[in-house]
Design a protein around this ligand. Structure first.
Ligand code: UDP
Length: 383
């Protein structure tokens, strides 16, 4: 099967990392078209997935944009749509992996007469997107997509609530390679030493630095935890949230936590870093569409404490394979971290349950089969 994948980002966020696993089985015959250059292109190339940057200008369709602003970017869109329509003639379908990719992919699909698949990695709610962007996404998906793959029930529900067609929408969770997360104890110990946190109880947070990812909630919680607890914040501001980064550093200073918090920036050795942690936290203040980091922590055999909203609630059952806390409640988070700190045996069993079930439930082989079957269902051309 020949697939033209489209993604707007040059940076490797969750949707992009997921796309690597989806595109890989089709790499002999397919292409990933990006609307921006950057580290994501390098990762695709390392995985021998053909990639092409389709435009040098980044599209100005922002989360908060109004209809007027969205229309203002049409001038930029036209050449890109023409390019995609031309390219698509050599492929069986267009697979749009992000919202801007949907805009371009929908028009390209119409012009090239190729089916469109939309992988929905977002919760289309007012908390995350402007009215205009929600309307544009739903209208284009309803009109042009043969299939919408939602990354969770939460994403599917929000899509339908925003007017999306349920009959074209299927849920497929992200896939993972469980063996990537099997890290030897010695490597984990080395990492702890490298971090200078050998004797500490390490709480990890793995996410781009952005207000809704709630790193500030974890810092607040840390100030209420035992002295031996330290935090590593792994991730960078991917979409210009420099003010927030400044605020986090200020918060660390104000709370007197300088010796207990490490900012590690964007890292590509997530499994090794997670293995060095005693517990992993997810603190999003708005509902998370899926939450790759939650599954990754489980696969590493680490207790996960997640914010109780959105996709996280489909991944974590409280006290069975992890812990759920109310979003934004740093006191609650501090209590659960302290509880994990004091009851390591009980917590370890929960983490082991999580590892076993997640290795089955999110195995990339099964997930890719689900996608292959859905593609066969909607595409007229067989592989
Ligand atoms: N991640 C990474 N390096 C970092 C921080 C995060 O590779 O420094 C990865 C993380 O392991 C996860 C992804 O980025 O696979 C984030 O996906 P998630 O679904 O948690 O959030 P999103 O970025 O999609 O909002």
């Amino acid at each position: 099967m020949k697939i033209l994948f489209l993604d707007q980002s040059g940076k490797p966020g969750g949707a992009e990392l997921c796309l690597i696993d989806i595109a890989k089985p089709y790499r002999e015959t397919s292409l990933v078209g990006l609307f921006a250059d950057g580290e994501f292109k390098n990762i695709l190339q390392e995985n021998q997935i053909p990639v092409q940057i389709l435009t040098q200008k980044s599209l100005q369709v922002r989360k908060e944009s109004s209809l007027f602003q969205a229309l203002g970017s049409v001038g930029q869109l036209i050449p890109l749509v023409q390019k995609v329509a031309q390219l698509a003639k050599n492929y069986d379908c267009i697979y749009a992996n992000t919202q801007k990719a949907l805009v371009v992919g929908a028009l390209g699909s119409f012009l090239s007469d190729r089916p469109l698949i939309y992988h929905l990695h977002d919760i289309l709610s007012p908390e995350h997107f402007s009215n205009t962007n929600r309307r544009v996404a739903v209208t284009l998906a309803n009109r042009f997509a043969s299939l919408v793959i939602a990354n969770s029930q939460a994403s599917k529900t929000a899509f339908i609530q925003a007017g999306g067609r349920s009959e074209i929408t299927e849920i497929v969770y992200n896939g993972f390679h469980p063996q990537t997360y099997e890290i030897p104890m010695s490597t984990a110990q080395e990492m702890r030493e490298k971090l200078g946190l050998s004797g500490k109880y390490i709480v990890g947070h793995f996410s781009r630095l952005a207000p809704w990812k709630g790193q500030h909630i974890l810092l607040e919680a840390l100030s209420k935890c035992p002295e031996d607890v330290a935090v590593i914040l792994v991730g960078d501001a991917l979409f210009g949230e420099q003010d927030y980064v400044q605020k986090l550093h200020q918060q660390v200073a104000d709370l007197g936590l300088t010796n207990r918090v490490k900012f590690l920036g964007f890292r590509s050795d997530i499994p090794q870093l997670m293995a060095a942690c005693d517990v992993v936290t997810h603190t999003s203040t708005a509902p998370e569409p899926f939450g790759r980091v939650i599954v990754e922590a489980m696969l590493c055999g680490k207790p996960i404490i997640a914010a109780k909203a959105g996709g996280a609630m489909e991944l974590v059952e409280n006290e069975v394979n992890g812990f759920l806390v109310e979003p934004g409640k740093s006191e609650d988070l501090a209590l659960v971290i302290s509880d994990c700190f004091h009851h390591r045996e009980k917590t370890g069993k929960i983490a082991e349950n999580a590892r076993l079930s997640a290795s089955q439930r999110f195995d990339v082989v099964n997930i890719n089969q689900q996608i292959a079957q859905l593609l066969l269902r909607v595409l007229p051309i067989k592989p």
